[in-house]
Design a protein around this ligand. Structure first.
Ligand code: AMP
Length: 213
C-alpha cells in the first residue's frame, strides 16, 4: 500500500503517519524529518535546505524531489507513507511522474484538516527529542519526566521553526502553496478528507477506517 498524508503544519501528520506506518509495516517517508537529518549531518543538500527551513519557507522543489525519489525507490517494496511531500502542485506533478517511472501507484491520498486555532495550540506546545526525534506535547502528551524523552532519555526542545513568528509564516505558506493540492487530488481515485481536530486516538481510528474501509 502506498499513501500520501497532507495537511497544514501541526495537524498531526507526523504522529499519525508514524503510528500508521509502523503498525502496517510500511516505510514512513517524512520529508521534514529527512531534511532535518540532512541539516544535522551537514550534507550538501542539508546545507542548501537550512536557511529555507529556519525561515519557514519551502525548500526548492528540485532538491526535495531528488531526495524523496532516492528514498522512495529504496523503500518501495514495503509500501510507503509520504508525509509532507508533495507540498505544492509542482511537487504533486513531479510525484506522478516519479511513480510512473517506477511503475508505482498511490492507493490513497489523505487530506487531514483542522481549524487554525487548533494548529497554533498544537505547534506552540510541541516538544521534540534532540536525540531520536520523537515528539511530545506540553499538555496533550507530556513526557514522564519534564524535558526528557521517554524513549531514549534525550533532551527535549522546541523546534526552531515552531517559534510563533515562524509558525505564522508556515501557515501562510501552507494556505498559498499546499492547500491548492486539495483541488489537485479531489476527484482523483483514493482521495479522502479527514477531520483531524479531535484527540489523537479518535483521529487515528478515523484514519484507519478511512484507509482500510
Ligand atoms: P515539517 O516537519 O513537515 O513541518 O517540515 C519542516 C520544514 O521542512 C518545512 O517548513 C519546509 O521548510 C521543509 N519541507 C518539508 N517538506 C517539504 C517539501 N515537500 N517541500 C519543500 N520544503 C519542505
Amino acid at each position: 500500500m502506498n499513501l500520501v498524508l497532507f495537511g497544514p503544519p501541526g495537524v498531526g501528520k507526523g504522529t499519525q503517519g508514524e503510528r500508521f506506518s509502523s503498525e502496517h509495516g510500511m516505510s514512513h517517508l517524512a520529508m521534514g524529518d529527512i531534511l532535518r537529518a540532512a541539516v544535522r549531518d551537514e550534507t550538501g543538500a542539508g546545507k542548501q535546505a537550512r536557511a529555507y527551513m529556519d525561515a519557514g519557507k519551502l525548500v526548492p522543489d528540485a532538491l526535495v524531489v531528488s531526495m524523496i525519489e532516492d528514498r522512495m525507490a529504496a523503500d518501495a517494496a514495503a509500501g510507503f507513507l509520504l508525509d509532507g511531500f508533495p507540498r505544492n502542485v509542482a511537487q504533486a506533478e513531479a510525484l506522478d511522474a516519479m511513480l510512473a517511472r517506477h511503475g508505482l501507484t498511490l492507493d490513497k491520498v489523505v487530506f487531514m484538516d483542522a481549524p487554525e486555532s487548533h494548529l497554533l495550540e498544537r505547534l506552540s506546545g510541541r516538544l521534540v527529542c534532540r536525540a531520536c526525534g520523537f515528539g511530545f506535547h506540553r499538555h496533550y502528551s507530556p513526557p514522564r519526566e519534564a524535558g526528557r524523552c521517554d524513549r531514549c532519555g534525550g533532551e527535549l526542545s522546541q523546534r526552531e521553526d515552531d517559534r510563533e513568528d515562524v509558525v505564522v509564516h508556515r501557515l501562510h505558506v501552507y494556505n498559498e502553496q499546499t492547500e491548492p493540492l486539495v483541488a489537485y487530488y479531489r476527484g482523483k481515485a483514493g482521495f479522502i478528507k479527514l477531520d483531524a481536530s479531535g484527540e489523537m486516538q479518535a483521529v487515528y481510528t478515523a484514519l484507519k477506517e478511512a484507509v482500510e474501509g
